[in-house]
Design a protein around this ligand. Structure first.
Ligand SMILES: [Zn+2]
Length: 356
């Protein structure tokens, strides 16, 4: 006889990164964890992309201060930031392809050199860098963003070795724009990396003006592969360089991670990232709707997003339902995640909730 009581008293959700969040009191912290020292002058009191398309790249001879970049994101409403310069850039000079030398092993840190101190009420500063590692089957190198460490160069090692080095320095990392690289052997290289290094927290699902839409497919494939035993969290970042770009390619304030913060400190930021206490937003040509809460109860998951025009639910990479409330009774996927849409391509995506 079928045991119809097997699920009684048990939540259908096995892993819910939002389980302990008090949505009334939690600080929603707009964040960027992948951006570069500005290549051109920027207006720190403007929330739009600089410079405009007419200015030639590098046309500004005076080197702009990364402090202006921090202020510009502050002006746009952000409260946590990592300036993750490429490993081959030092003091505004590009050394791509040069043999390694010790001075390359630096990060854009400390912020005090630009007189930004990250005090109470200021932007929360996170040390970081965009490093590179080799991956079998991928032509050229794969980028990896290091957070919370002083590692400034991957020294030509494998992606796995670079991720391990970040881990050993008590940092965390994620893979930027996975959709950018050819994946000749499927996701094998990523699977091994996530299997072996716990602190590789996830992948970028949106980069800039959604430069690589395939990033979401890779994220979903990894979620299916690992399930609840090894959550893969999504990140979204501008990858802003303060370069002139055509209007449809401007990157400032387009893709972001929203942290649900218990504690406004660098440690609080890293803790939230590790636990997936976040959601991601892509503005498109509009404004991504805020998510006021994600709650589970009575075999249902509910997303509250008053500004959203629609909500759709993804399970194992495919749309499975629409509407603010998902009834879990008939759902047999490994995980579910919600996408709350606004107008003009704007969308806010929750992290996955893994089902029992
Ligand atoms: Zn980058």
């Amino acid at each position: 006889m079928r045991n119809t009581r097997s699920r009684a008293g048990r939540s259908p959700v096995a892993v819910n990164p939002y389980a302990d969040i008090d949505w009334e009191t939690t600080d929603q912290c707009l964040s960027q964890f992948h951006l570069h020292e500005p290549r051109n002058r920027i207006d720190p009191e403007s929330a739009t992309h600089d410079p405009s398309g007419e200015i030639a790249d590098g046309g500004d001879r005076e080197r702009p201060s990364p402090g202006d970049l921090i202020d510009k994101y502050g002006f746009a409403g952000y409260s946590a930031l990592a300036v993750t310069e490429h490993e081959y850039y030092v003091d505004g000079t590009k050394h791509k392809g040069d043999p390694f030398f010790e001075d390359l092993d630096v990060t854009s840190w400390p912020w005090s050199q630009w007189e930004r101190h990250g005090g109470a009420g200021d932007m929360i500063p996170i040390q970081g860098a965009e490093l590179r590692g080799t991956v079998e089957g991928i032509d050229g190198r794969h980028d990896i963003v290091s957070l919370g460490t002083d590692l400034g160069h991957g020294r030509g090692q494998s992606l796995l070795q670079v991720a391990t080095e970040i881990d050993e320095r008590d940092g965390v990392s994620f893979l930027p724009h996975p959709g950018r690289y050819p994946q000749p052997e499927g996701l094998n290289a990523y699977v091994e990396l996530f299997e072996r290094v716990d602190t590789v927290l996830g992948v970028e699902a949106f980069n800039g003006r959604d430069r690589y839409p395939g990033c979401r497919d890779i994220w979903d494939e990894l979620l299916v592969e690992f399930g609840s035993r090894r959550p893969i969290w999504a990140f979204a970042n501008d990858d802003y360089h303060a370069r002139p770009r055509s209007p449809e390619n401007e990157r400032f304030d387009r893709s972001r991670t929203v942290l649900l913060l218990d504690e406004r400190s660098p440690a609080g930021v890293i803790d939230a990232l590790r636990a997936g206490r976040s959601y991601i937003q892509y503005n498109g040509d509009g404004i991504a709707p805020a998510i006021d809460s994600i709650t589970v109860g009575d075999d249902r998951v509910r997303v509250t997003s008053p500004a959203a025009t629609s909500v759709r639910w993804i399970g194992d990479g495919k749309p499975i339902a629409s509407g603010a409330t998902l009834s879990l009774g008939d759902v047999s996927t490994t995980y579910v995640r919600a996408e709350a849409a606004g107008s003009s391509g704007a969308v806010s995506c929750t992290q996955p909730l893994f089902l029992s």
